[in-house]
Design a protein around this ligand. Structure first.
Ligand code: NAP
Length: 241
């Protein structure tokens, strides 16, 4: 059976980059998109015999998304799986609105424009697989980074809606919600609690997609933190966090 064609948005660093490297090393036709194209071109050059595409995309420029994706898919010759890894998260204890706005633009507006386009593409194709890196952070609000946690809650809820839509349409469109805890990427420098490498995360994301999982915790033991976040009474959560 031919390898599925994979499109990774946010493939210039972190988990998206590690996943792109894994897909290319396995010979999967892979398209890589992000704002900084140099790392993706370098990676593609290491796998010259694997079909690939590299494109510049800023998901905050939502009007450009359809054209950039159409051109990329023409180059890749189709799309079976789209993995949305693009995201932005920083702590913002001062509630600086400009910082909150950056996370809203990327994690809410950009995310929505990408997944809506992908879902409609899969609807027309009659099948497909959409995977998004959300976060354990999406399970409950947090004072350190309100917009980040809220934007991840939005993504989790939006993916539930798309899964429902696919089910009602009777189409084999799979939706995978990938919820990491801490991964050792740029935004998480210095954090050391149950942290895993981007390579470990990429291997687990790859496996979750192959298994058509609905939700995958990265690493799996973060499901226990997720459970605690969901069931802890407010007084306890507010005291501990
Ligand atoms: N690291 C963690 O511990 C952790 C935990 C839970 C969830 N997450 C989530 O995992 C996802 C990936 O993050 P990461 O940890 O791998 O960090 P990362 O190294 O910063 O990767 C983020 C990727 O998103 C791309 N990106 C950011 N803004 C973009 C935009 N406006 N348009 C297009 N691409 C954009 C970046 O590329 P360019 O800058 O080149 O555009 C980069 O390729 C994020 O959604 C993050 O919230 C991370």
């Amino acid at each position: 059976m031919p390898h599925p064609h994979i499109v990774i948005i946010g493939a210039s660093s972190g988990m998206g980059y590690a996943l792109a490297r894994l897909c290319l090393s396995k010979g999967y036709p892979t398209a890589m998109l992000a704002r900084h194209t140099a790392p993706m071109h370098t990676l593609a050059a290491q796998h010259p015999h694997v079909p690939h595409a590299v494109a510049q995309l800023d998901v905050c420029q939502t009007a450009t998304i359809p054209e950039v994706l159409q051109n990329t898919l023409a180059q890749l010759k189709g799309m079976d799986v789209l993995v949305h890894c693009a995201g932005y998260g920083v702590v913002n204890p001062q509630l600086d609105y400009r910082i909150e706005e950056g996370m809203i633009e990327t994690n809410i507006k950009g995310f929505t424009a990408v997944v809506d386009w992908a879902f409609q593409y899969f609807q027309q194709q009659g099948k497909g697989h959409l995977a998004v890196i959300t976060s354990v952070a999406g399970l409950r609000g947090d004072r350190h980074a309100p917009a980040y946690f809220a934007s991840k809650a939005y993504q989790i809820s939006y993916l539930q809606a798309l899964r429902h839509k696919a089910h009602k349409a009777g189409l084999p469109i799979y939706i995978t919600d990938i919820r990491p805890g801490f991964v050792d990427t740029k935004p998480m420098e210095g954090r050391r609690f149950w942290v895993c490498s981007p390579e470990t995360a990429a291997a687990q994301i790859f496996k979750a997609i192959r298994q058509h999982k609905r939700v995958a915790y990265i690493t799996p033991r973060w499901r226990w933190v997720a459970l605690a976040m969901r069931i802890a009474p407010s007084w306890l959560y507010e005291k501990v966090m």
